[in-house]
Design a protein around this ligand. Structure first.
Ligand SMILES: [Zn+2]
Ligand SMILES: [Zn+2]
Ligand SMILES: [Zn+2]
Length: 257
């Protein structure tokens, strides 16, 4: 099965440019220095599955020409990963279907709190997202593609990364436990958190992400959740050839047997 992957967003929680910032990356004219909030789209078997719906989801869906949405998988419940969930209603409007959403307990609790109106069964004027939440307790099969949850630590919060065939996506963490490294064995392409150079209590630095690349040994690695500290071209110039910053709109295709 052929899977087409699109990076919908590659930026940190504030996005790049950051509102009000006059730094050289925020003022850069390079389109690859424009980063919306982190999200991934997978298209396969005529289906479309998104990982995280951040505040830029509407814009990202328009930009990617998304005309259907079959499921949403959440890494965690932070605002920069969930706030666009309301816009999924564009895909269910006047259609008799519900979009299943998947997450761990804390992610689903956060989503139920923020989007209470979508769950309380009271919608006097319609216009609410038609979603059904499902707790992730183990590997998940969505339309013949298996999503293996990979637990990572984001400060003190447990967050899920996902592996699907030869590719894995890990955003928002600063620790990959040993048991999770096992699940990443043999992965060919990996997306990893690399916020900036300066240490952060819940994210990886570029240097720390490079150490993870050495441990996991994928054929290629892409860094994501990138802050305005890192210029795209300049940072790529300092990285090994098989490691790149990813960028909004980046696509790759892979085969899952
Ligand atoms: Zn985040
Ligand atoms: Zn800036
Ligand atoms: Zn987060």
């Amino acid at each position: 099965m052929r899977v087409e992957l699109t990076v919908l967003g590659s930026g940190t929680s504030l996005g790049v440019p950051t509102i009000g910032c006059r730094c050289r990356v925020c003022l850069s004219s390079n389109p690859r220095d424009k980063r919306t909030r982190p999200s991934l789209l997978l298209r396969y078997n005529g289906r479309a599955v998104v990982i995280d719906t951040g505040p830029d989801f509407r814009f990202q869906a328009l930009r990617a020409g998304l005309d259907r949405l079959d499921a949403v998988v959440f890494t965690h419940g932070h605002a920069d990963h969930v706030l666009g969930l309301d816009d999924t209603r564009a895909f269910t409007l006047n259609q008799n279907h519900t979009i299943p959403i998947y997450g761990n307990r804390s992610a689903l609790q956060g989503i139920r709190r923020i989007f209470q109106y979508a769950f309380d069964g009271f919608a006097p004027y319609g216009g609410i997202p038609s979603i059904q939440d499902h707790l992730i307790t183990g590997p998940l099969e969505l339309f013949d593609l298996e999503f293996v949850p990979v637990k990572v630590l984001h400060g003190r919060l447990e967050v899920l990364g996902f592996r699907f065939g030869p590719v894995a996506y890990l955003t928002d963490y600063n620790v990959i436990p040993e048991s999770s490294l096992e699940l990443l064995r043999g992965v060919e392409t990996i997306f990893l958190d690399a916020l900036r150079h300066e240490p952060h209590p819940a994210h990886m630095t570029v240097a720390a992400a490079l150490v993870e690349v050495e441990r996991i040994r994928p054929q290629q690695a892409f860094f994501t959740h990138i802050a305005h500290d890192l210029g795209h071209d300049e940072t790529n110039g300092t990285l090994p050839g098989h490691v790149r910053l990813c960028h909004d709109g980046m696509q790759l295709e892979f085969e899952v047997i």
